[in-house]
Design a protein around this ligand. Sequence first.
Ligand code: 15L
Length: 277
Amino acid sequence: MKRVLLTGAGGGIGRRMRQTLVGCYPILRVSDMVDLGPPGDGEEVAIADLTNPEDLARIVDGVDGIIHLGGLSVENEWDDILRTNIDGAYRLFEAAYKAGVKRIVFASSNHAIGFYPRGQILDGSERPRPDCRYGLSKVFGEALSQYFADNYGLGILSIRIGFCFEKAETQRTLGSWVSIGDLTQLCRIGLDTPELHHEIVFGMSDNSRTWWDNKTARRLGYQPKDSSDIWAAEVDASGIPEPGDAVGLAVQGGPFASEGYQGDPRRVGADSAKPIS
Ligand code: 15L
Protein backbone atom coordinates (compact mmCIF):
# COMPACT_ATOMS: atom_id res chain seq x y z
CA MET A 1 0.00 0.00 0.00
CA LYS A 2 1.59 3.21 -1.14
CA ARG A 3 -1.29 5.66 -1.01
CA VAL A 4 -4.23 5.15 1.40
CA LEU A 5 -7.39 7.26 1.38
CA LEU A 6 -9.13 8.01 4.68
CA THR A 7 -12.67 9.32 4.11
CA GLY A 8 -14.50 11.07 6.93
CA ALA A 9 -11.15 12.32 8.23
CA GLY A 10 -12.85 15.30 9.90
CA GLY A 11 -15.26 13.15 11.96
CA GLY A 12 -14.96 11.91 15.54
CA ILE A 13 -13.06 8.72 14.67
CA GLY A 14 -11.45 10.14 11.52
CA ARG A 15 -9.69 12.99 13.35
CA ARG A 16 -8.09 10.56 15.79
CA MET A 17 -7.27 7.94 13.18
CA ARG A 18 -5.52 10.57 11.10
CA GLN A 19 -3.04 10.73 14.02
CA THR A 20 -2.71 6.97 14.61
CA LEU A 21 -2.08 6.35 10.89
CA VAL A 22 0.85 8.76 10.75
CA GLY A 23 3.85 6.95 9.26
CA CYS A 24 1.93 3.71 8.52
CA TYR A 25 1.80 4.27 4.76
CA PRO A 26 4.00 6.43 2.51
CA ILE A 27 1.05 8.70 1.63
CA LEU A 28 -2.18 9.20 3.56
CA ARG A 29 -4.81 11.11 1.62
CA VAL A 30 -7.32 12.54 4.06
CA SER A 31 -10.73 13.55 2.81
CA ASP A 32 -13.89 15.19 4.15
CA MET A 33 -16.34 17.96 3.32
CA VAL A 34 -15.13 20.05 6.24
CA ASP A 35 -11.85 21.93 6.58
CA LEU A 36 -9.05 19.51 7.47
CA GLY A 37 -6.29 22.06 7.99
CA PRO A 38 -2.95 21.86 6.20
CA PRO A 39 -1.44 18.48 5.21
CA GLY A 40 1.09 16.99 7.61
CA ASP A 41 4.20 15.06 6.58
CA GLY A 42 3.27 12.31 4.12
CA GLU A 43 -0.30 13.62 3.82
CA GLU A 44 -2.49 14.88 1.02
CA VAL A 45 -5.68 16.77 1.85
CA ALA A 46 -8.66 16.29 -0.47
CA ILE A 47 -11.82 18.24 0.35
CA ALA A 48 -14.69 16.37 -1.28
CA ASP A 49 -18.40 15.72 -1.17
CA LEU A 50 -18.88 11.95 -1.42
CA THR A 51 -22.17 12.46 -3.25
CA ASN A 52 -20.41 14.36 -6.06
CA PRO A 53 -19.10 12.00 -8.83
CA GLU A 54 -16.29 14.36 -9.89
CA ASP A 55 -15.05 14.68 -6.33
CA LEU A 56 -15.14 10.89 -5.97
CA ALA A 57 -13.11 10.29 -9.13
CA ARG A 58 -10.54 12.83 -7.91
CA ILE A 59 -10.07 11.42 -4.41
CA VAL A 60 -9.73 7.75 -5.45
CA ASP A 61 -7.26 8.50 -8.23
CA GLY A 62 -3.89 6.82 -7.58
CA VAL A 63 -5.08 5.18 -4.35
CA ASP A 64 -4.25 1.57 -3.36
CA GLY A 65 -6.57 1.19 -0.39
CA ILE A 66 -9.42 3.06 1.29
CA ILE A 67 -10.62 3.32 4.87
CA HIS A 68 -14.19 4.49 4.38
CA LEU A 69 -15.37 6.27 7.52
CA GLY A 70 -17.25 8.97 5.61
CA GLY A 71 -21.02 9.39 5.88
CA LEU A 72 -23.55 9.87 8.66
CA SER A 73 -22.53 8.19 11.90
CA VAL A 74 -25.85 8.34 13.75
CA GLU A 75 -29.56 8.16 13.00
CA ASN A 76 -30.92 10.72 10.52
CA GLU A 77 -33.88 11.31 8.25
CA TRP A 78 -34.26 8.65 5.58
CA ASP A 79 -33.48 10.96 2.63
CA ASP A 80 -30.14 11.92 4.18
CA ILE A 81 -29.26 8.31 5.04
CA LEU A 82 -30.16 7.27 1.50
CA ARG A 83 -28.11 9.99 -0.16
CA THR A 84 -25.00 9.81 2.02
CA ASN A 85 -24.68 6.30 3.44
CA ILE A 86 -26.35 4.25 0.74
CA ASP A 87 -25.98 6.05 -2.60
CA GLY A 88 -22.72 7.69 -1.43
CA ALA A 89 -21.20 4.35 -0.39
CA TYR A 90 -22.21 2.67 -3.65
CA ARG A 91 -20.69 5.47 -5.70
CA LEU A 92 -17.48 5.47 -3.70
CA PHE A 93 -17.06 1.70 -4.16
CA GLU A 94 -17.83 2.01 -7.87
CA ALA A 95 -15.34 4.87 -8.31
CA ALA A 96 -12.75 2.87 -6.36
CA TYR A 97 -13.20 -0.20 -8.54
CA LYS A 98 -12.94 1.88 -11.72
CA ALA A 99 -9.74 3.50 -10.42
CA GLY A 100 -8.17 0.09 -9.73
CA VAL A 101 -8.32 0.26 -5.93
CA LYS A 102 -7.65 -3.20 -4.47
CA ARG A 103 -8.73 -2.86 -0.83
CA ILE A 104 -11.50 -1.19 1.13
CA VAL A 105 -12.11 -1.11 4.86
CA PHE A 106 -15.79 -0.38 5.37
CA ALA A 107 -16.82 1.27 8.65
CA SER A 108 -19.92 -0.72 9.47
CA SER A 109 -21.52 -0.45 12.87
CA ASN A 110 -22.88 -2.60 15.68
CA HIS A 111 -26.25 -1.09 14.72
CA ALA A 112 -26.33 -3.51 11.76
CA ILE A 113 -27.07 -6.16 14.41
CA GLY A 114 -28.42 -3.88 17.13
CA PHE A 115 -31.80 -5.58 17.43
CA TYR A 116 -30.35 -8.85 18.73
CA PRO A 117 -31.17 -9.29 22.40
CA ARG A 118 -28.49 -8.57 24.96
CA GLY A 119 -26.80 -11.77 25.95
CA GLN A 120 -27.00 -13.50 22.56
CA ILE A 121 -23.47 -14.15 21.40
CA LEU A 122 -22.77 -13.00 17.84
CA ASP A 123 -19.74 -13.75 15.71
CA GLY A 124 -20.41 -11.91 12.45
CA SER A 125 -21.94 -14.89 10.64
CA GLU A 126 -25.50 -14.15 11.85
CA ARG A 127 -28.09 -12.48 9.67
CA PRO A 128 -28.39 -8.70 10.00
CA ARG A 129 -30.82 -7.21 12.50
CA PRO A 130 -30.64 -3.41 12.21
CA ASP A 131 -32.06 -1.29 15.01
CA CYS A 132 -32.55 2.01 13.12
CA ARG A 133 -32.34 3.55 9.63
CA TYR A 134 -28.65 4.26 10.20
CA GLY A 135 -28.12 0.57 11.07
CA LEU A 136 -30.02 -0.39 7.93
CA SER A 137 -27.56 1.65 5.85
CA LYS A 138 -24.70 -0.30 7.47
CA VAL A 139 -26.38 -3.58 6.50
CA PHE A 140 -26.45 -2.22 2.96
CA GLY A 141 -22.74 -1.37 3.22
CA GLU A 142 -21.89 -4.91 4.31
CA ALA A 143 -23.89 -6.32 1.37
CA LEU A 144 -22.23 -3.79 -0.91
CA SER A 145 -18.85 -5.03 0.33
CA GLN A 146 -19.80 -8.64 -0.38
CA TYR A 147 -21.01 -7.65 -3.84
CA PHE A 148 -17.80 -5.82 -4.75
CA ALA A 149 -15.66 -8.67 -3.38
CA ASP A 150 -17.64 -11.35 -5.25
CA ASN A 151 -18.21 -9.51 -8.52
CA TYR A 152 -15.17 -7.27 -8.87
CA GLY A 153 -12.48 -8.99 -6.81
CA LEU A 154 -11.87 -6.24 -4.27
CA GLY A 155 -10.61 -7.34 -0.84
CA ILE A 156 -12.87 -5.81 1.81
CA LEU A 157 -13.04 -5.80 5.58
CA SER A 158 -16.33 -4.67 7.16
CA ILE A 159 -15.79 -3.58 10.74
CA ARG A 160 -18.88 -3.40 12.94
CA ILE A 161 -17.55 -0.59 15.06
CA GLY A 162 -18.70 -0.48 18.68
CA PHE A 163 -18.25 2.50 21.01
CA CYS A 164 -15.09 4.37 19.99
CA PHE A 165 -14.81 7.12 22.58
CA GLU A 166 -12.29 7.79 25.36
CA LYS A 167 -14.00 5.71 28.00
CA ALA A 168 -16.84 3.18 28.53
CA GLU A 169 -19.44 4.56 30.94
CA THR A 170 -22.36 2.09 30.75
CA GLN A 171 -22.79 -1.68 30.90
CA ARG A 172 -23.52 -1.70 27.18
CA THR A 173 -20.43 0.24 26.21
CA LEU A 174 -18.22 -1.91 28.46
CA GLY A 175 -19.02 -4.65 25.94
CA SER A 176 -18.67 -2.60 22.77
CA TRP A 177 -15.83 -0.22 23.59
CA VAL A 178 -12.88 -0.01 21.19
CA SER A 179 -9.78 2.13 21.55
CA ILE A 180 -8.62 4.14 18.60
CA GLY A 181 -5.37 2.14 18.64
CA ASP A 182 -7.17 -1.21 18.38
CA LEU A 183 -9.51 0.11 15.69
CA THR A 184 -6.51 1.34 13.74
CA GLN A 185 -4.95 -2.12 14.05
CA LEU A 186 -8.12 -3.65 12.56
CA CYS A 187 -8.11 -1.16 9.68
CA ARG A 188 -4.49 -2.01 8.96
CA ILE A 189 -5.34 -5.72 8.94
CA GLY A 190 -8.02 -4.89 6.35
CA LEU A 191 -5.51 -3.09 4.17
CA ASP A 192 -2.41 -5.25 4.65
CA THR A 193 -3.60 -8.89 5.00
CA PRO A 194 -2.25 -10.64 1.88
CA GLU A 195 -5.37 -12.70 1.03
CA LEU A 196 -8.74 -11.14 1.76
CA HIS A 197 -12.13 -11.59 0.11
CA HIS A 198 -14.79 -10.10 2.39
CA GLU A 199 -14.89 -10.59 6.15
CA ILE A 200 -17.06 -9.08 8.86
CA VAL A 201 -15.43 -8.39 12.23
CA PHE A 202 -16.36 -6.50 15.37
CA GLY A 203 -14.59 -3.24 16.11
CA MET A 204 -14.04 -3.85 19.82
CA SER A 205 -11.10 -4.06 22.19
CA ASP A 206 -10.25 -7.02 24.45
CA ASN A 207 -13.35 -6.57 26.64
CA SER A 208 -14.32 -9.41 29.01
CA ARG A 209 -17.99 -8.46 29.26
CA THR A 210 -19.18 -8.64 25.69
CA TRP A 211 -21.82 -10.24 23.50
CA TRP A 212 -19.43 -10.53 20.58
CA ASP A 213 -17.06 -13.34 19.71
CA ASN A 214 -14.41 -11.72 17.54
CA LYS A 215 -12.94 -14.99 16.26
CA THR A 216 -12.77 -13.84 12.63
CA ALA A 217 -10.71 -10.81 13.64
CA ARG A 218 -8.40 -13.03 15.70
CA ARG A 219 -8.01 -15.43 12.76
CA LEU A 220 -6.87 -12.45 10.68
CA GLY A 221 -4.22 -11.68 13.30
CA TYR A 222 -5.97 -9.09 15.48
CA GLN A 223 -4.36 -8.74 18.91
CA PRO A 224 -6.18 -5.97 20.78
CA LYS A 225 -3.99 -4.07 23.23
CA ASP A 226 -6.70 -2.32 25.24
CA SER A 227 -9.71 -3.39 27.31
CA SER A 228 -12.74 -1.74 28.89
CA ASP A 229 -12.24 -3.98 31.94
CA ILE A 230 -10.39 -1.14 33.68
CA TRP A 231 -13.70 0.76 34.07
CA ALA A 232 -15.93 -2.21 34.96
CA ALA A 233 -15.91 -1.64 38.75
CA GLU A 234 -16.49 2.09 38.29
CA VAL A 235 -19.45 1.46 35.96
CA ASP A 236 -20.92 -1.15 38.34
CA ALA A 237 -20.70 1.29 41.24
CA SER A 238 -21.93 4.38 39.42
CA GLY A 239 -25.62 3.41 39.29
CA ILE A 240 -26.15 5.85 36.43
CA PRO A 241 -29.17 4.62 34.48
CA GLU A 242 -28.51 3.71 30.89
CA PRO A 243 -30.31 5.89 28.33
CA GLY A 244 -33.10 4.34 26.27
CA ASP A 245 -36.58 2.89 26.53
CA ALA A 246 -37.58 -0.71 27.31
CA VAL A 247 -36.76 -1.90 23.78
CA GLY A 248 -33.37 -0.18 23.83
CA LEU A 249 -32.54 -1.72 27.17
CA ALA A 250 -33.47 -5.19 25.88
CA VAL A 251 -31.35 -5.11 22.74
CA GLN A 252 -27.67 -4.67 21.93
CA GLY A 253 -28.18 -1.36 20.10
CA GLY A 254 -29.29 0.46 23.26
CA PRO A 255 -30.38 4.07 22.72
CA PHE A 256 -30.20 3.72 18.93
CA ALA A 257 -33.01 1.16 19.21
CA SER A 258 -35.17 3.39 21.39
CA GLU A 259 -38.29 5.05 20.14
CA GLY A 260 -37.26 8.61 21.01
CA TYR A 261 -34.03 8.20 19.09
CA GLN A 262 -35.70 7.03 15.92
CA GLY A 263 -38.47 9.59 16.09
CA ASP A 264 -41.16 7.21 14.81
CA PRO A 265 -43.76 5.61 17.06
CA ARG A 266 -42.79 1.98 17.43
CA ARG A 267 -45.26 -0.86 17.18
CA VAL A 268 -43.42 -3.44 19.24
CA GLY A 269 -42.38 -3.98 22.81
CA ALA A 270 -39.20 -5.37 24.33
CA ASP A 271 -40.44 -8.96 23.86
CA SER A 272 -39.99 -8.55 20.11
CA ALA A 273 -36.22 -8.82 20.63
CA LYS A 274 -36.30 -12.61 20.69
CA PRO A 275 -33.15 -14.52 19.93
CA ILE A 276 -32.83 -15.72 16.33
CA SER A 277 -29.88 -17.55 14.86
C1 15L B 1 -22.28 4.07 16.26
O1 15L B 1 -22.42 3.47 15.19
C2 15L B 1 -22.07 5.52 16.29
O2 15L B 1 -21.42 6.00 15.14
C3 15L B 1 -21.36 6.00 17.52
O3 15L B 1 -21.60 7.38 17.64
C4 15L B 1 -21.73 5.27 18.82
O4 15L B 1 -22.82 5.86 19.39
C5 15L B 1 -21.86 3.78 18.63
O5 15L B 1 -22.48 3.40 17.43
C6 15L B 1 -22.60 3.04 19.76
O6 15L B 1 -23.18 2.00 19.49
O7 15L B 1 -22.57 3.49 20.89
